[in-house]
Write a protein that binds this ligand. Structure first.
Ligand code: TYM
Length: 335
């Protein structure tokens, strides 16, 4: 049997960013060659913070177009939207009932987001977010979950919940492995290179979007914050800006940071920035163009997502049925 992988990216902006691309997407595209791959768009997670309804629907399509433009093949992989598969919400409730208040309160993403909106104003959905994520994963019994480093804690919680459920109710879930890429695991903000690149970062110039124009991408790299001194050296503590640029270069070019240090020995920060800007545009420009092309035919995208949802539902249905039976729900009479 081919091993299975599953992962997703939130459709909470018009564009995915370089962190999504290098931390997860590049890995996904490779994995679909040898795994039974499920890639989905977690729109239910997106509404844990307020979203404009018309924007959200459009962003789901834009995210699907970007998945495909990056190289996800909807014939080979199962590509679907979370809200099209009701079993996610159904299993999430069961997962919520397995989770302690203490362990949910320790999730750093929840703590960060709650702190930003003021904990009194943070929605309950933000608190139960990781249990919905556990349901997303466990419904499909994947062998591993390819994500960037920032999702490690959520996958750990998923593993704990799977083990706990198996212990209480008998062997049901596969306990999935975490698959974080060796290079690009964490990409930092270009203007604030000690914070991870994210759509909620402070400066728009710190975020490199896949849908940016060539000019904008190049400008963001060229105006990235660098460090004191002039030596191009990978040293996360002393040179966070340069180290981030070297990581991005390394993830795109496949050259190890030590190899890049040698290549740039005696040269200036500006040289690295100009060459990296070219590399980024060369790699991401065609992705953006392909995504825009796909967006010209929204009917075709919707049809493809409907086919994916059908496949996902047939995989999820028997797992949810087993869970319902194990927890002791009276089977619903047919009809
Ligand atoms: P999200 O939408 O924040 O990010 C999608 C993927 O991109 C990775 N990533 C990064 N990697 C490196 N550097 C960065 N700066 C960076 N920013 C983001 C993330 O690690 C992730 O792999 N909770 C998830 C979505 C989700 C999910 C799931 C993932 C919902 N259900 C089930 C896997 C399985 C999230 O918000 O990812």
């Amino acid at each position: 049997m081919t091993e299975r992988v599953l992962s997703g990216m939130q459709p909470s902006a018009d564009s995915l960013h370089l962190g999504n691309y290098l931390g997860a997407m590049v890995n996904w595209v490779q994995l679909q060659e040898s795994y039974d791959a499920f890639f989905f768009i977690p729109d239910m997670h997106a509404i844990t913070v307020a979203q404009d309804p018309a924007d959200l629907a459009e962003r789901v399509r834009r995210t699907a177009a970007q998945y495909i433009a990056c190289g996800i093949d909807p014939e080979r992989s199962t590509l679907f939207v979370q809200s099209h598969v009701p079993q996610h919400a159904q299993l999430a409730w069961v997962m919520i009932c397995q989770t302690g208040m203490g362990e949910a309160g320790r999730m750093t993403q929840f703590k960060d987001k709650a702190a930003k909106s003021g904990s009194e104003h943070a929605g309950v959905g933000l608190f139960t977010y990781p249990m919905l994520q556990a349901a997303d994963i466990l419904l499909y019994q994947p062998h591993s979950v390819p994500v960037g480093e920032d999702q490690k804690q959520h996958v750990e919680l998923t593993r704990n919940l799977a083990q706990r459920f198996n212990h209480r109710y008998g062997e049901t879930f596969r306990v999935p492995e975490l698959a974080v890429p060796a290079s690009g695991a964490r990409i930092y903000d270009l203007q604030n290179p000690t914070a991870k690149m994210s759509k909620s970062g402070e400066s728009p110039n710190g975020l490199l979007n896949l849908m940016d124009t060539d000019k904008k991408m190049a400008k963001k790299i060229r105006s990235a914050v660098t460090d004191d001194g002039s030596e191009i050296r990978f040293d996360r503590a002393a040179k966070p800006g340069i180290s981030n640029l070297l990581s991005i270069h390394s993830a795109l070019s496949g050259k190890a940071p030590s190899e890049l240090e040698e290549e740039y020995a005696g040269r200036m920060y500006g040289h690295l920035k100009v060459e990296l800007a070219e590399l980024v545009v060369e790699r991401l420009g065609p992705v953006r163009d392909r995504a825009l092309e796909l967006l010209e035919d929204p009917g075709e995208l919707d049809a493809l997502l409907a086919r994916g949802a059908q496949k996902a539902r047939s995989a999820a249905e028997p797992v949810l049925a087993e869970v319902y039976q194990k927890v002791g729900f009276l089977p619903a009479a047919p009809g």
